[in-house]
Design a binder for this molecule. Sequence first.
Ligand SMILES: [Ca+2]
Length: 254
Amino acid sequence: MNTRDDQLCIKQPQRPSRIADWEGVVSRRNATCIIYTNIMAAASTVTFSKFIEGKIRMWFKMYNLKHDGGMGMEDFDLLADVFVKEFKPTAALEADLKHWLQNCWSIIISEGKEVAKAGKPGGITADNCPALIEIETILNSHQRMTEDQYVKAFGQLVEVNKDLFVKNFTRMVTMFFTLFDTDSDGFMTVDDMIRGFRCFGIEQEEATRAIFGDLDKNKTGKLSRDVYIAEWVEFMVGEDKDAVLAKYLCQGQS
Ligand SMILES: [Ca+2]
């Protein structure tokens, strides 16, 4: 059921300026964007730490608009439709949006396999990334992956070739930025972010305003592409627990 309560839902603030202080950033059942405040991950050298895993679980939830625990092509298509309806992009941008939503995994896997074939470090194989290869099988057969499968595959990927992920993720976030930058001036406004985040199921405008405010360090009222992308890359693979998106989207979970 895609009820209101199943959506990513940031509850009423106790201190409205920080979502981190809000109880239950994600209110849906079994929401597990967990911040491991009391773990040793901070000092860990492991690429895929529990801290990052918690953020990836949040990312999965943002993608899984139906919140039914599975993700596949139909979810990517649904998400694409939501963005198209909201932003009414050009045909080229719409195609780009659908391309990245539908093919991001397969692009990464395919490029990783090529690296392996060339005998270079960071190649993706069934031996070093079995869960990632499993994702390919799942998507090719029009099945859906579970959150745990998604997290496991992501973990193997970044352990084997983080740069491959970051490169393609950057391309995808760049696409999103272009979509959100509705007047194409190279900057995103808070209203752009509110519309974009709402498409990802983050309905709380005040929360998004707080995120924007923290990212907009010089209080110019706009965010550059570089700042926006860097923050999302940090969210996906970084260990900074004070990074803005991690702080707002994940803290408060326990
Ligand atoms: Ca703009």
